[in-house]
Design a protein around this ligand. Structure first.
Ligand code: SF4
Ligand code: SF4
Ligand code: SF4
Length: 249
């Protein structure tokens, strides 16, 4: 099939750039993947920069005024703007700073140096987002699948079900049975349950599953007499669960 190459650009904002690196590091499929793409801007992959692109991958959250202005310009150019990774989709780990008083924190870290910083925002707080690909970092296979869908004008989908489905498929022992709170029951699948498979609780980096049952999840935490503050800490970690938070959380 003859597919027109997608003019794509990737831009990083406040983040660790781990999501862009995920894409660039997948050597086994990178050359096939690049066949689909006309890369116009992508710091990790090429040094040239061009301003004409159709798809913009936006990595990171927004924490300075100059980032707001840069993002608005990208929005004007891009036909499809993608929030790429958890920082972009939800604010991510950077949002932890919103819990502290900025003036005191800046003074503590930088002393008298002038530092410009804003409370962290997710990309959709600033511009319209056409598509969100969550994950800290994103799952490479999922990104490739989505880019192929865009290139072939096919429907773009993310799993609606929670991480527990993938975790059960791997025959893992449930961390709730080991006395830990895991956010797998309420988090969108698509990472192949990488954390619980490694015996670490899911902290919900992929955000809320569409098919989630929050009351049942909260009942499970209560029934097991697990710590409410631990639950709150985990729910707040990536700033991803605000939209589904209830009075009980
Ligand atoms: S989502 Fe995670 S891996 Fe991606 S840029 Fe943010 S902190 Fe880094
Ligand atoms: S360990 Fe977490 S993801 Fe796995 S089944 Fe238990 S709650 Fe679900
Ligand atoms: S298990 Fe949870 S925290 Fe870990 S990658 Fe998957 S969604 Fe993110």
């Amino acid at each position: 099939m003859n597919i027109a190459k997608l003019k794509i650009a990737s831009f990083d904002f406040t983040c660790c750039e781990g999501c862009q690196l995920q894409l660039a590091n997948r050597e086994s499929t990178l050359s096939d993947f690049l066949e689909l793409l006309d890369i116009r801007n992508f710091r990790e992959i090429l040094s040239e920069k061009h301003d004409d692109y159709d798809i913009a991958l936006i990595e990171g959250s927004i924490s300075r005024q100059d980032e707001v202005e840069r993002l608005l310009k990208i929005r004007e150019q891009a036909k499809v703007l993608v929030a790429f990774g958890t920082c972009a989709c939800f604010g991510g780990i950077n949002s932890l700073k919103n819990r502290f008083r900025m003036d005191e924190t800046v003074r503590e870290i930088y002393g008298d140096m002038a530092i410009e910083t804003l409370p962290v925002k997710k990309i959709s707080d600033v511009v319209k987002v056409d598509l969100s690909i969550p994950g800290c970092p994103v799952a490479k296979e999922e990104v490739e699948r989505i880019i192929v869908s865009l290139a072939t004008s096919s429907l773009v989908t993310l799993p609606k079900y929670p991480v527990c489905v993938e975790c059960k498929q791997q025959l893992n022992t449930c961390l709730f049975d080991l006395g830990e709170i895991c956010l797998g029951p309420i988090t969108r699948a698509g990472c192949n349950a990488v954390c619980p498979t490694g015996k670490t609780a899911c902290l919900g980096c992929r955000g809320p599953a569409e098919e989630l049952n929050m009351p049942a999840f909260l009942e499970l935490v209560r029934e097991r007499k697990l710590s409410h503050s631990d639950l709150q800490e985990k729910l707040a970690f990536y700033n991803a669960f605000e939209p589904v938070a209830t009075d009980e959380t």
